[in-house]
Ligand binder design. Structure first.
Ligand SMILES: Cc1cc2nc3c(=O)[nH]c(=O)nc-3n(C[C@H](O)[C@H](O)[C@H](O)COP(=O)(O)OP(=O)(O)OC[C@H]3O[C@@H](n4cnc5c(N)ncnc54)[C@H](O)[C@@H]3O)c2cc1C
Length: 435
């Protein structure tokens, strides 16, 4: 049992403190509820800049923020670093890695993970970018591959170690491809002058006919043009049909020998047991009504990436992006306050504030509600918005200094390999990460 004394206030338990959970918790400050926040990590993370950590452009500490620091001065707020395992809606309890906890209102906000569409090989041999643990493993392995390329016995092995295949041409795939192409152009030739001819080969594999398919055709074409100019081989209308430790197989018949497969192609809800199976979609999202209430339960809600809510303009559900998570959390806080005062709840309506992706120095595509632009102006807008969205003045400053340093020196700060003992020589795709 998680021992948190009950008070005269009703208890809201928030499972997961990402964009959705954190926004909700902050909005419930001093609103007459006891709030219990459960997260398997003791920090809040900022996934939009994961690709910069993965490509050694930013230190991980600048995109993580300790949760305890955020809630230091919140009254009747309780944080527990536990993993949520299952819900018992009949008993109004949640089972976690450290025992049970009761709730009056439960909010599931524990986000999403990688989906591999049943490919056991991809799950085993590719690297994901959904958590900071995965991202750090990716960075270490990438740098390790470059080091091992120096001691490789022949050119074939060297080329395999220097080849990177990114599967999925959405924003994450495009952004990591651009960042690695920049690293290839500006950093590797200085760090590894002995390579001379051999540079990293970067492939971006996308199943549909264009990258960034959620954006307009013009933005997709621009992004593809930017990437190709930087040396990325963009393979659209192409599916990865399988892989092994050192190879990716494509449906075009092409076989790529590679020491690094990066998987950004699929997303699935983080599962937790106990709810009616009919609540879940095939990829583990939880169906909710327009108040983010889980179908069939009065006091269980789901927000953010884990939830699937439809609207007239979003018949297949909202995109799994930070703005949806934040806006749903803001409205749910308002609705919980309304429930307390006996008022009816308000229905959710998503306000799309725009989409953007950056490909590299001076290169970004930005689509705001009434205006679209690409190139250097888009790049500055992208940097400004991301900088403003990061929690903490110190983190903002750290990132700003890093970006400014990189801008003027064409250098990256964190090309450091740190692995637990016994893993130092791992350089292939066969791996597993402790969480
Ligand atoms: C690489 C990458 C790049 C992205 N770039 C962008 C972008 O540029 N713009 C944009 O809008 N969106 C972007 N997104 C999507 C955005 O990050 C998500 O939509 C957003 O994080 C969803 O918020 P959330 O609160 O639902 O989930 P998350 O932010 O994922 O938070 C989930 C929380 O739940 C915790 N958790 C998970 N499982 C458990 C468990 N069993 N028990 C306890 N705690 C648990 C996790 O530790 C985490 O703190 C990106 C995502 C990724 C992965």
């Amino acid at each position: 049992m998680i021992n948190i004394p009950r008070t005269d206030k009703k208890r809201v338990v928030i499972a997961g403190c990402g964009f959705a959970g954190l926004t909700l918790a902050k909005k419930l400050k001093n609103k007459g509820y006891q709030v219990v926040i459960l997260d398997k990590h003791n920090y809040h993370q900022f996934p939009p800049l994961f690709y910069q950590v993965a490509s050694a452009g930013l230190e991980e500490s600048s995109i993580l923020f300790p949760l305890r620091k955020i809630f230091q001065h919140y009254k009747d707020f309780h944080l527990r670093k536990v993993e949520v395992e299952s819900v018992d809606p009949a008993k109004n309890t949640l089972t976690t890695s450290s025992g049970e906890i009761g709730y009056d209102f439960l909010v599931l906000a524990h986000g999403a993970t990688n989906a591999y569409f049943g490919s056991v090989q991809m799950q085993k041999y590719s690297r994901g970018m959904k958590t900071i643990a995965e991202v750090l493993d990716l960075r270490n392995s990438l740098l390790m591959n470059f080091e091992n390329a120096l001691t490789a016995q022949n050119d074939e092995e060297r080329e395999m170690l220097m080849s990177i295949v990114i599967i999925g041409g959405g924003p994450s795939g495009v952004e990591i491809a651009g960042a690695l192409a920049e690293m290839n152009k500006y950093v590797l030739k200085k760090d590894y002058p002995e390579f001379k001819e051999i540079r990293a080969k970067i492939y971006l594999v996308e199943a549909v006919d264009r990258v960034l398919s959620a954006m307009t055709k013009k933005s997709s074409e621009k992004a593809r043009g930017f990437l190709e100019k930087m040396g990325v081989q963009v393979l659209t209308n192409t599916r990865a049909t399988g892989c092994d430790e050192k190879t990716v197989f494509l449906d075009s018949g092409k076989i790529i020998s590679t020491g690094m497969i990066i998987w950004t192609a699929g997303i699935a809800g983080n599962r937790s047991a106990g709810l009616n199976p009919a609540c879940f979609t095939a990829n583990g999202r939880i169906r909710v009504d327009s108040f983010n209430r889980v179908a069939g339960y009065e006091n269980v809600f789901a927000i953010g990436d884990i939830s699937l809510q439809t609207e007239e303009h979003y018949p297949k559900g909202h995109p799994q992006v930070a703005q949806v998570a934040i806006q749903q959390a803001q409205l749910l806080a308002e609705n919980l306050i309304r429930i307390k005062s006996g008022e009816p709840m308000k229905a959710f309506k998503y306000k799309d504030l725009g989409t953007m992706a950056t490909v590299g120095r001076h290169l970004a595509v930005v689509e705001l509600p009434y205006v679209r632009f690409q190139g250097i102006f888009g790049w500055f807008i992208w940097m400004f918005i991301h900088l403003m969205s990061i929690i903490g003045v110190k983190n903002k400053l750290q990132i700003f200094i890093n970006w400014a340093w990189k801008y003027f020196t064409y250098d990256q700060s964190t090309r450091i390999i740190i692995r637990p003992k016994g893993c130092a020589d791992v350089s292939t795709n066969n791996y597993s990460i402790p969480e």
